[in-house]
Write a protein that binds this ligand. Structure first.
Ligand code: HEC
Ligand code: HEC
Length: 314
């Protein structure tokens, strides 16, 4: 569809584009070996906000995945233990249960596998896992809550339980009912005309090839070279040539509130991010109007933030 046709597109034309997308369900798939229970969710929430499982005693998951900042941090590169600057931008944990590969390089398949890495990572929380467990065991409340959350385990307060509880809590951090979801479910007024034009441009320019499904990502890896960046992405994990500079497609849900963008956080606005995607992923410079429309469309993907009451830690 060319620009002229776009201008005159009727509501009918827009509606047929719904078929390319899927609304976000209230919950992601729950793995058979980690049932989602209120006890695990509540314990996972406490652990997410718990700074005493870091070596300094001051860094929690929420330091970088800050609920007030789109569950990310709004700085280009994460800052962790003793102020060390990491190599990558902090992705949001919103809707992370829908991802089929975790981290920019996809090195973990699921949230359970992902959870313990940051506690031990030198540039993040820098805490020995055994020490973290000992720290938690000092509090009767944690001992009790682990026992309640994992009644089937002989020793409930163990590393896998920490991972399972954190994963369970994060599976509840979803943002359904964005204007985009409401539009997909049949509310024609939920998106503006410009956002609808952006949706059409998003499909017709080919963004949909990678940003698709309920979380607007294929969870696959694609070569993307940022000027000046030496991060070789998935190649570091697999050593395979085709993975050099390949990164997992990130979600576009809530992307308007999770700036700055890309694996090194080097782009601070959506306009430039979309333009760069056109150049690198589609091999062409998108028309200014199309970029503006797509940016407006991306704003329609900001959903209702999860209502999380802050835990009172022991
Ligand atoms: C120092 C900042 C920092 C802390 C603390 C931190 N994270 Fe992260 N988190 C990051 C960064 C940076 C990445 C991306 C790293 C990469 O891809 O190599 C990330 C990635 C993730 C992802 C993957 C999301 C995606 O889109 O792939 C999840 C889930 C996550 N973190 C959860 C947690 C949990 C749970 C904790 C606490 C146990 C935690 N993080 C602590 C900075 C942090
Ligand atoms: C070939 C697959 C592919 C196509 C096509 C594609 N993207 Fe991406 N997109 C990616 C990958 C991979 C990244 C992560 C790049 C990085 O930071 O390493 C990304 C990142 C983004 C980001 C930044 C998100 C963030 O949180 O950092 C935006 C915005 C975006 N894409 C929008 C678009 C738009 C709009 C189009 C169409 C004009 C498009 N993409 C086409 C794969 C693709």
């Amino acid at each position: 569809m060319g620009a002229a046709t776009l201008q005159t597109a009727t509501a009918q034309d827009f509606e047929s584009y719904r078929d390319y997308f899927e609304p976000l369900p209230a919950l992601p798939p729950i793995p058979a070996n980690n049932s989602l229970t209120p006890e695990k969710i509540e314990l996972g929430k406490m652990l997410f906000f718990e700074p005493r499982i870091s070596a300094s005693g001051v860094i929690s998951c929420a330091s970088c995945h800050n609920p007030a900042l789109g569950w990310a941090d709004r700085i280009p590169l994460a800052v962790g233990h003793e102020g060390q600057v990491g190599e990558r931008n902090t992705p949001t944990v919103l809707n992370s249960g829908f991802l089929e590969a975790q981290f920019w390089d996809g090195r973990e398949p699921d949230l359970e596998g992902q959870a313990l890495g940051p506690i031990e990572a030198d540039v993040e929380m820098a805490m020995d896992l055994g020490d973290a467990l000992k720290e938690l065991a000092k509090f009767d409340e944690y001992v009790e809550r682990f026992a309640e959350a994992f009644p089937e385990k002989d020793e409930p307060l163990e590393a896998d339980s920490v991972a399972q509880a954190l994963a369970s809590f994060q599976r509840t951090l979803n943002t359904p009912n964005s204007p985009f979801d409401r539009y997909l479910r049949g509310d024609n007024q939920a998106m503006s005309e410009q956002q609808k034009r952006g949706m059409v441009a998003f499909v017709n320019s080919g963004c949909i090839a990678c940003h698709r499904g309920p979380n607007m990502t294929d969870s696959r890896f694609h070569r993307f070279e940022l000027p000046g960046s030496t991060d070789e992405g998935r190649y570091v994990i697999t050593g395979e040539e085709r993975d050099r500079f390949a990164f997992r497609t990130p979600t576009l849900r809530n992307v308007a509130v999770t700036y700055p963008y890309f694996n090194n956080g080097s782009v601070d606005n959506l306009h430039d991010a979309v333009q760069l995607m056109g150049e690198q992923m589609l091999g062409r410079k998108l028309e200014e109007d199309a970029v503006d429309d797509i940016v407006a469309f991306l704003h329609a993907m900001t959903g209702e933030m999860p209502q999380v009451t802050f835990p009172a830690l022991p």
